[in-house]
Design a binder for this molecule. Structure first.
Ligand code: KPL
Length: 312
């Protein structure tokens, strides 16, 4: 069986290293950057866990044609790169292939539906923690549950099957579960990201800092409550108290620098469109007013304008 991980970020590196230890063939790690792929080929992926570091060999490449058809593709790129990367990895996807999409937010669901992959695709929602320390160097940050599920009918069929993928991932030591209602979990995670990611980037604080800042906390409550209203209006069964859940995550990850604050600090495009932006877009279709999300979206967009290059 051929496995490939697409995207050498923190999660991608961790998954490539973990899978490599249980697969009978070396795992491919697909990057869009040839220079970094070469480095990953030479040095492998180094995982720091519990004060020890371990090196795992990977077959890194920037050329998906070199991989050929894959049975299992763990798709770990940022939500901002979904459409371009799906095009890039087309040579790896056959009818028998199964792609698991690990993105934050919800915009990737529509993109995957619209793309029409030759194989099947399913969604993965993970609470596993990982921090990228440098190219191919990752710190394991805790083994939260990973949930897998099909999103409606248009996901295609795979020879491998979702339970087959779950069993393989579980052999790496991950906690994995196949869920019949994955959208509920996608939205529960989205609600947390709606409340934390944009605001930590605006207030320049670690996740726990939002709880100590009355204005940020009030904005978090309002944004999460609005997003919960949008979920319920679509009939999605979300957690009973999404604000309490968001505050719990802030506490549990209090020293964490959110992925969006990391993006802003590194001058990268953020995932705001897939998070608060997606809530604003769905709310508009449903005729629901979401001013707290609109404000976070607008403020992050103007922050991005201040540092992202402009290509007319
Ligand atoms: O998912 C996260 C992120 O940073 O993207 C949270 C839960 C906010 C943890 O930092």
């Amino acid at each position: 069986m051929k496995c490939a991980v697409v995207g050498p970020g923190a999660l991608g590196c961790l998954l490539a290293a973990s899978l490599g230890s249980v697969c009978d063939q070396p795992v491919w790690l697909v990057d869009h950057n040839e220079e970094r792929a070469q480095l990953l080929r030479q040095q492998g992926v180094v995982v720091e866990k519990g004060g020890r570091s371990e090196r795992f060999a990977v077959r890194a490449t920037a050329d998906p044609a070199q991989v050929g058809f894959a049975d299992l593709v763990l798709f770990c790129v940022k939500s901002t790169a979904v459409a371009t990367t799906l095009n890039h990895i087309r040579p790896m996807m056959a009818e028998k292939s199964l792609l698991l999409a690990f993105q934050n937010g919800i915009s990737h669901l529509e993109e995957l539906k619209a793309f029409g992959l030759p194989g099947a695709w399913a969604v993965a929602v993970t609470a596993m923690g990982a921090t990228l320390l440098g190219p191919g160097r990752v710190r394991f940050g805790g083994s939260g549950l990973t949930r897998l599920g099909w999103v409606g009918a248009g996901c295609g069929k795979s020879a491998f099957g979702l339970q087959g993928a779950a069993d393989l991932l579980a052999r790496t030591g991950m906690a994995v579960r196949v869920e019949p209602e994955i959208l509920s979990h996608v939205w529960n995670k989205l609600l947390v990201n709606v409340g934390i990611n944009g605001l930590t980037a605006l207030y320049q604080c670690p996740n726990g800092g939002l709880l100590a800042h009355p204005e940020a906390l009030a904005r978090m409550r309002a944004a999460v409550e609005e997003a919960a209203m949008v979920a319920r209006a679509q009939g999605i069964a979300i957690t009973a108290d999404p604000v309490a859940l968001t505050m719990e995550v802030c506490k549990a990850t209090s020293a964490n620098i959110s992925s969006m604050l990391q993006d802003v600090r590194k001058g990268r495009a953020t995932e705001i469109s897939a998070i608060n932006g997606a809530v604003v877009a769905i709310a508009k279709d449903l005729g629901i007013s979401v001013p707290a999300n609109e404000r976070i979206l607008a403020e992050i967009k103007s922050l991005e304008i201040s540092y992202l290059p402009y290509f007319p």
